[in-house]
Write a protein that binds this ligand. Structure first.
Ligand code: ADP
Ligand code: MG
Length: 550
């Protein structure tokens, strides 16, 4: 009695299948990458679960991926001995797009269509990519829970069926009947070259027609001097699902306070900048080369979500569950150590090659600013990495706070900044007059978030960060200014009585629109300016908050 049930694909899945079958055929090779990546995920899941299971089904079967080709029948078969799927998992996982890969793909597709179509490859199409090359796809699977096995069959046109099947071992076998124009995928050289390109770093043996075609050793545990640039780049593309080259790379190991092997990459492109929405974290957490947490939200702070790579620590308990990772003390410690190490690395790189660092800053600076406003733990390190334009910088060439401090005169106690929409607007305004006259450098914060960053930071290198629109701004006069005041310039000033009259008239006239009117020594050429009474929030911050309240 073999029960067969037939199911409709969910509407969203049909949409995806239609795109996969009719529009993505130029990127066909990726279906092999997607299926191998699923096989690898299934093996990782099994390896992790089996650590704590009493007697997993087929516990003796080796963990591997096998690929068989049939040039006569025009089929390619990709099999793994991973976690497998039971009946309801087959129905749900291969019938909807509730799972991450395809879902992200779909939500990004509309946006990508408006932009660069080649970016689509960044997101991975998922299981349904099988229909790029297959006219019919069969999935035979048996779960590690030992329940009976099933075969899932579909031609991708709207429905799929599931039938019980006897004699299956643990894991999943995917048999693809190739389309007429895709028969090449049954050729060994073709499949081998695709595996070499996309899947060299899969941490399980991939056996193609009986021969292992990948190196299984985890690259991050190898000696730095034994790894070539190409291997690093290939690994970056693999782990980051990327097609560009990394801008920065940090490979380090530590023994104290924790055992760590980490390999981190900064990409060239920031996909959030292209309007792709918030990205998932790109660093995976391993323990003794066993994947514990993919795209880990725990191993690095959220504002480092643009990093790709791997953190492996032998100190992590292997059997830790995903949920337990969240508030695990060891994980927080790891996060702290790895984050500090990475920020230190960036600072060193900036010192080596500021030009290159500024490229990075243009693309990813926004993430570091996010960190500086949200995370007190790394403020000191982040402060060193910030860059702003200033009255002494060239336009478009931001400088560091450390450079600013180096240029400060011994009498100057604070670091000053002022917000404005552009350099030109700031330099034409009244706030910088006195700074110009005294030759004091002032930072231009050209983005609204900048004021939040600097006010959160509070100080840098022991110097207070002060917004120049504060009412109580008090900068001591230089000797020169004092004598100037006593001399000619004083002749043109209003006498005390007239000043008093003017102030009361202004107060009368402006009434509730201002808190106070005071006489200032700050102005040089402008007759008046508006300042910020409480000195806590800058006027820009108030504007941003007011706008967000609407
Ligand atoms: P993703 O891999 O991003 O989750 P996919 O579309 O590639 O999305 O796969 C969908 C789901 O189907 C997976 O999340 C997994 O649950 C299941 N799946 C796919 N291939 C396998 C496999 N070889 N073994 C076990 N489960 C699989
Ligand atoms: Mg997948």
């Amino acid at each position: 009695t073999t029960k067969t049930t037939t199911h409709e694909f969910q509407a969203e899945t049909k949409k995806l299948l239609d795109i996969v079958i009719n529009s993505l055929y130029t990127e066909r090779d990726v279906f092999i990458r997607e299926l191998i990546s699923n096989a690898s995920d299934a093996l990782e899941k099994y390896r992790h679960e089996s650590l704590t299971a009493d007697e997993p089904f087929d516990g003796h079967v080796p963990l591997e991926i096998t690929i068989a080709l049939d040039e006569k029948e025009h089929t390619i078969t990709i099999a793994d001995t991973g976690i497998g799927m039971n009946r309801s998992e087959l129905e749900h996982n291969l019938g909807t797009i509730a799972h991450s890969g395809s879902n992200t793909f779909l939500t990004h597709l509309a946006e990508a269509a408006k932009k660069d179509v080649s970016l689509i490859g960044q997101f991975g199409v998922g299981f349904y990519a099988a229909f790029m090359a297959g006219k019919k796809v069969r999935v035979q699977s048996r779960s590690w829970d030992g329940s009976e096995g099933h075969e899932w069959v579909s031609d991708g046109s709207g429905t799929f069926s599931i039938t019980e099947m006897e004699g299956l071992r643990r894991g999943t076998k995917i048999i693809i009947d190739l389309k007429e124009d895709a028969h090449d995928y049954a050729q060994k050289w073709m499949v081998e070259s695709i595996i070499k390109r996309y899947s060299s770093f899969v941490p399980f043996p991939i056996k193609l027609e009986g021969e292992t075609v990948n190196t299984v050793q985890a690259i991050w545990t190898r000696n730095r001097s034994d790894i070539t640039e190409e291997e690093y780049t290939e690994f970056y593309k693999f782990v980051g699902n990327a097609s560009d080259e990394p801008a920065y790379r940090l490979h380090f190991s530590a023994d104290a306070p924790l055992m760590i092997n980490a390999l981190l990459f900064v990409p060239k492109e920031n996909f959030e900048m292209f309007g792709f929405g918030k990205m998932d974290p790109g660093v995976n957490l391993y323990c003794q080369r066993i994947l514990i947490d993919q795209h880990s939200k725990n191993i690095l702070p959220e504002w480092l979500r643009f990093l790709k790579g791997v953190v492996d620590s032998e100190d992590m308990p292997l059997n830790i569950s995903r949920q337990a990772l969240q508030d695990n003390a060891l994980v927080s410690k790891l996060r702290k150590v790895v984050t500090k190490r990475f920020l230190k690395y960036l600072d060193e790189e900036a010192k080596k090659d500021e030009e290159k660092y500024l490229e990075f800053w243009k693309t990813f600076g926004i993430f570091l600013k996010e960190g500086a406003t949200s995370d007190y733990e790394f403020q000191k390190e982040l402060g060193k990495l910030l860059r702003f334009e200033s009255s002494k910088s060239e336009a478009g060439k931001p400088v560091s706070l450390a450079d600013y401090v180096l240029r400060m005169s011994p009498e100057q106690e604070a670091i000053y900044y002022i917000n404005g929409p552009s350099r030109v607007a700031i330099e034409a305004g009244p706030y910088v007059e006195m700074f110009k006259k005294k030759g004091i450098e002032i930072i231009y914060t050209l983005e609204p978030i900048d004021d939040f960053v600097l006010s959160h930071l509070g100080e840098f290198d022991g110097k207070k960060l002060v917004s120049a629109d504060r009412a109580d701004l008090d900068i001591p006069q230089t000797e020169e200014e004092k004598s100037e005041e006593a001399g000619d310039a004083a002749d043109q000033k209003l006498d005390a009585d007239s000043t008093e009259t003017l102030v009361s008239w202004l107060k009368e006239t402006l009434k509730d629109q201002v808190k106070d009117v005071i006489v200032s020594k700050r102005l040089v050429d402008s007759p008046a300016m508006i300042v910020n009474p409480d000195g806590y929030m800058t006027s820009t911050m108030e504007r941003v908050l007011a706008a967000s309240r609407v």
